[in-house]
Design a protein around this ligand. Structure first.
Ligand code: GUN
Length: 278
């Protein structure tokens, strides 16, 4: 069976839009894009459009690729102090002369809707999460729509990035699963995957995970989005062979992708509510 991320994300947006109509002030999201990387430009535009769809206040801030670290930090600081803004997101990757880690740490943890600030990552690790990274949280929302009980299940996460793999492993651990975190150097990767009840893959290698690596009846979550030479999109999993083995599987496109932005809206609403309660 397919986990329809497009549909689940749509439902999330409808729920958020309904809540927004009851609020006195619109939740506000600021997205900073440095430079004009084509993929990042598309992501930022999609985030802005999603904000408009649910009735949020949205600021799309384009900065030239040659902005200095000090100028970028001062823009973040301005937004930290802007009462219209509940969430701040700096689109990654940044040009190489900029220190992305320092920028992430400069965002107020209360407005850190990416959940990348060390304070929010620390809370996630202690199972006291406030703002949680969007893609892993979106995957948990997708898993919640299935009938799978994660407690005691063997979960394998392939990929150990700060954006997906590491927080994904924490989310699954917090849900009571037994978690194995693999990376690009993992030995006998197929053996690890073969014993998994749930596999989450985020490595950026098209169709790397083969169907015969998947345990019969497993759940397969594919975070990869890879552009093939023929222009089509493919995940990190070989969907055609994996779908014969999996009980639940996410497609690419239309799987995890739409969930990330819907979860960003959810996080912005969480940050809004926390600020309003203060
Ligand atoms: N680049 C790729 N994914 C993300 C994300 O979730 N947040 C930000 N800020 N940049 C990204």
């Amino acid at each position: 069976m397919i986990i329809d991320g497009k549909q689940i994300a749509k439902q999330l947006r409808v729920n958020i839009a309904k809540q927004v109509t009851k609020l006195d002030r619109k939740p506000g999201l600021a997205v900073i894009l440095v430079g004009d990387d084509p993929a990042s430009t598309v992501y930022v535009r999609n985030k802005d459009n999603a904000c408009k769809e649910v009735g949020f206040y949205s600021e799309k801030i384009n900065k030239p690729a040659n902005i200095t670290q000090a100028e970028l930090l001062s823009e973040v600081e301005r937004l930290n102090n802007d009462n219209k803004i509940d969430g701040i997101l700096v689109q990654l990757p940044l040009p190489s002369h900029l220190d992305a880690n320092q920028v992430t740490e400069a965002i107020s943890p209360n407005k850190d809707v990416d959940g990348f600030h060390s304070e929010n990552i620390g809370k996630l690790m202690q199972n006291k999460a406030f703002l949680r990274p969007c893609t892993p949280k979106g995957v948990m929302t997708m898993l919640a729509t299935t009938d799978i009980d994660l407690v005691g299940k063997d979960c394998v996460v392939v990929g150990a990035s700060n954006i997906v793999g590491r927080p994904m492993a924490m989310e699954l651990l917090n849900a009571g699963a037994t978690v194995t975190i693999c990376n690009s150097k993992t030995q006998n990767l197929s053996d690890k995957i073969k014993q998994a009840d749930v596999v989450v893959v985020a490595i950026g290698k098209p169709k790397m995970i083969q169907g015969d690596w998947i345990k019969q009846g497993a759940t397969v979550i594919d975070v990869g989005i890879n552009r093939l030479n023929d222009g089509s999109l493919s995940g990190d999993v070989d969907f055609d062979s994996a779908q014969d083995k999996a009980v639940w599987i996410t497609p690419v496109p239309g799987g995890v992708g739409p969930m990330t932005i819907a979860t960003l809206l959810e996080n912005t609403l969480t940050a809004y509510k926390a600020r309003e309660e203060k």
